[in-house]
Structures are given as structure tokens and as C-alpha cells.
Design a protein around this ligand. Sequence first.
Ligand code: NI
Length: 226
Amino acid sequence: MLLRIPALLTPDEVSHCRQALENASWQDGRATAGPVAAQVKSNLQLPLDSKTGQQIGDLILDRLGRNPLFMSAALPLKVLPPRFNRYEGGGTYGNHIDNAFFTIPGTAIKVRTDVSTTVFFSDPDEYDGGELMVEDTYGEQGVKLPAGDAIVYPGTSLHRVNPVTRGTRYGSFFWTHSLVKSDEQRRLLFDLDQQIQRLTAEMPAHPSIAALSGTYHNLMRMWAEA
Ligand code: NI
């Protein structure tokens, strides 16, 4: 499932982050790529120990934790600290599938990459190209969202970033180890949860709410691993 999370960050937060990102020290993105990925990767990344990256990463994690749409779609168990990239001057990242696991820096904790997230820090009119292309159940989808928005997609997807031919594209990307490994099962739980929430808002006294919530939690019990 490909899901847009609108306005994860406010315009004020985005401009604050943008200023910090523009002043940060960037390094060649190939530093963190394996030998296969390095052949198709041409971008800049913040070093994993960057103070700026850690501060903005903490802000993103805080906002994610309070975002009902993200929580419902990703069902997070563990989230890898957000990373940051910058594409310009034809920079691109060709087709690839991300590693299955990443280790949280400075720990032995492994995060399985069930759910991928990209947060946009540049508005679409600031750059040409730079679409995140994701191979979805329904074919290839191109994603280019307003700054402050995020996109969530299955970690199993083949994806790429088209060359940025004008301007600069700043973004953050990270992975979530979900309570529910299967994208299909997560999707069913998400759809059920969205309908329960809608029913609760429109008909708060409806007797089916408790029964449907019970079914949701029983499916979680069957499918979730913690
Ligand atoms: Ni990737």
C-alpha cells in the first residue's frame, strides 16, 4: 500500500529544518550503500552521526508517534532513526530494493524494513525530476509531494528516484519494523481501522463499533509479532 501522510510537519517546522539542512555538511551517498546499490546511487547524504540529522530525526519521530494515519498504516514496533538525502545536478538513485535489515547506530538493535517512509523537505516547484518511483500492486507510481508531507510504502517494493535536473531535492527516509510483517495484512487492518474510525465519528452510539473493534484486535493478536 502506498499512502500519503499530509502535513506531517507544519510549514514553520519545514522552514526551520530546511535552513538547518542547507547549512549541514553532506557526504557522498555511496558511503552507506552496499556494492550493488553504489553502482546506481548518485546523491548526497548526511553522515549518520550528524547533529542536524539527529535533531530533525527526533522531530520526525515525535510527529510520527502522534500521527494517527501513520500509526494505523505502519503499526510500528521499531523505527530506524531518520536519514537525510540531497539530490541535485542530475543526482539520482536507480532501481533497487532496500536491505532487509538495518542496525540502529550505536546499538545491536536490528530493524526489519517492513515499511519505507520518505518525508519531503522541498516543494515540487523547487526542482525538476526527483520523483520517487515505486513499483506498486497497480503498476509504477510517481510520488512528488509538498514539503512536510510523507509517503509510506512497502519495504518490499522496487523503487528509484528520478534524476533531479534543476534545483535541489531534500528528503528524509527511514524504515519501520512493523508489528505486522505482511503488507497485505497491514492493508486489511488499516482499512478496517479507518472504517471503524469513520463509524465512530458519524454514529458514535452504533452497537457494531465494539464488535468491529473486537475483530480488529483479534486479527492483530493473530498476525502481530512483538
Ligand atoms: Ni531505497
